[in-house]
Write a protein that binds this ligand. Sequence first.
Ligand code: FMN
Length: 371
Amino acid sequence: MTEQTPPTDYLDRIPPHLVSAGDYEQEARQRLSDPVWAQIAGGAGDEITLRKNRTAFDTLEIIPRMLADFRHADTGVNLFGRRHKFPLLIAPIAHQQLLYPDGELATLAAANALETTFIASTLASTPLETIAAESTAPCWFQLYFQPQREQTLDLLQRAEAAGYEAIVVTLDAPISGLRNRVQRSGFALPAHIPTPNTTGYEPPAPRSLAPGSSVILNGFMADAPRWEDLQWLREQCKLPLLAKGVISPADAEQCKAIGLDGIIVSNHGGRTLDGLPATIDALPEIRAAVGHDLPLLLDSGIRRGTDIFKALALGADAVLLGRPYLYALATAGALGVAHLLRILHEELEIAMALSGRPDIQSIQPDAVKRR
Ligand SMILES: Cc1cc2nc3c(=O)[nH]c(=O)nc-3n(C[C@H](O)[C@H](O)[C@H](O)COP(=O)(O)O)c2cc1C
């Protein structure tokens, strides 16, 4: 298959062979064209980071305790004054109409059903106001800095007015990563997939570059956001503000110093700079740098309830689910995403039960070991 159109034959019942995120991945591979598959499944460069995101989880062992008291067991976590029944949120992902006609609204329906927080992307194919209006669970908005501050402020204020409960500003993609798999596949975003949130924002006037200067370093990056822009955003934003894409403890400390309310430790699912560490490996140093009070979330490589467990053990308060829900969406729309969320809930509960950790607080660093 080479067309870049969404599949048309979605499942309306879940067959018995779909019992894990990995099963949904295989199912989606059969359903999606090669270019769309490259676009969603691929990573940057040689995909070293993409692979590491998995091996780092797989090589971490769980150390169980027996005979724990489960009479008050609970998977709930508090984030910014809200009780989340489960420490799993839906990561912001662009262009979901590539995978399903209703795109984000199908994912959101599943998130609503499971009372899961949906983080809407700036590059969603559904307007941010529509997503907020359809949401019955708490909803967060992911903000990309726009070329002009007025545009960034406009997006922020629209999100605040629409009722989003937190803002996630993504810092790790000032330019796109070098995604060789996508380049080889010939993928291009089909013209019928809209990006309504930024429609009408004028593109920046092209910068005139001195002869011999770099289009990337002296062109795009000269206009990229800086720390002063994050400081400015902090001053403008009335909601809890989290930075997404932080990997270094020094940046985490700086985010905390600026007054951010939380950090999402992420390498963008291995899609930006190849060679970045797995987030689960970067997490302990970041937790140590920011102390115990700052909420830390993590994504990149979460595929199992045991991965959620390992992230919680090493200092995360909650995790974000990325590609797996796209695979479920491409397979069975909202039904698939809801089923996948249930699978992950059950997997975490089983991990807690069999490791003797009855609540999130009890999942501490001694629950895992890297040999
Ligand atoms: C197809 C695709 C589109 C994405 N779009 C966005 C986006 O618009 N904004 C953003 O902050 N992150 C985006 N991400 C990154 C995700 O939010 C998340 O960090 C990543 O998917 C986590 O890795 P995982 O997919 O391996 O779980 C995107 C990821 C994928 C796979």
